[in-house]
Ligand binder design. Structure first.
Ligand SMILES: Nc1ncnc2c1ncn2[C@@H]1O[C@H](COP(=O)(O)OP(=O)(O)OP(=O)(O)O)[C@@H](O)[C@H]1O
Ligand SMILES: C[C@H](N)[C@H](N)CCCCCC(=O)O
Ligand SMILES: [Mg+2]
Length: 211
């Protein structure tokens, strides 16, 4: 089985870019169960909604995209975006695809509902969790805090994937104090293209670490 949940130390930190890279590296399918901040494009096109994380992953990899369980227009936490849309979050049982890369919304404790946080869902799934973290100042506390939150909820922590400029001591410190595998580091790519992302993933990550 090669099924992984991609979560992060927060929102906007690089989960989708890393998830796209991992999806390509593993020849996996991709699933974003709850997407917020994306407006309905009208009659659903044959494919991911423009502006969604799934649309980015598909553009970067051409990978099979499994439809979101729910897409909400407000760029907010799922619990609040659903309330404002007047809907309830549906059942979020992962598809059976394998290999499969699942991307969470925002950081590890983002509320899916007012009763269930993202990490609670990941624990229920029992799928290994990859925590995406930045490399610069501030990441040590953010990452160790996220790891404690995941473990307190019995999530299966697979390792940390870093995004950003190299920072060997921050990475080593997090690995040691967090008792966690540093899986690799994805540099900030410019340009960010299917080719540069694929090359960077092959250079900085080992598929065997996800076997
Ligand atoms: N390795 C990278 N190289 C270049 N740009 C990057 C990289 N990682 C992230 N970015 C850019 O940073 C921004 C945020 O990245 P991304 O969308 O992956 O964040 P996210 O954690 O998935 O956010 P969300 O919580 O909304 O899902 C995007 O504009 C993305 O293109
Ligand atoms: C809108 C954003 N891009 C994500 N989809 C959702 C992020 C929720 C963050 C909630 C929080 O931690 O305050
Ligand atoms: Mg994302």
């Amino acid at each position: 089985m090669a099924r992984f949940v991609i979560t992060g130390t927060g929102t906007d930190i690089g989960k989708t870019v890393f998830a796209a890279g991992l999806t390509g590296l593993l020849n996996a399918s991709y699933w974003k169960p709850v997407q917020t901040g994306v407006a309905d494009p009208g009659p659903r096109r044959d494919g991911p909604w423009p502006g969604s994380d799934a649309a980015f992953v598909h553009a970067m990899t051409g990978a099979p995209i499994l439809p979101e369980a729910i897409i909400l227009p407000e760029p907010l936490s799922p619990h609040r975006a659903a309330e404002l849309a007047g809907v309830t979050i549906p059942d979020l049982t992962p598809p059976a695809a394998d290999p499969l890369v699942i991307e969470g919304a925002g950081g590890v404790l983002v509320p899916i509902t007012r009763e269930m946080l993202s990490a609670d869902l990941f624990a229920r799934w029992g799928i290994p969790v990859v925590l995406v973290a930045t490399t610069g100042l501030g990441t040590i506390s953010h990452t160790l805090t996220a790891l404690e939150s995941l473990r307190a909820r019995s999530c299966r922590v697979h390792g940390v994937a870093f995004v950003g400029d190299d920072n060997p001591d921050n990475i080593a410190t997090i690995a040691a104090l967090g008792r966690v595998r540093a899986l690799g580091r994805l540099p900030r790519l410019d340009p960010l293209t299917p080719a540069t992302l694929s090359a960077a993933m092959r250079t900085h990550f080992d598929p065997q670490d996800f076997a």
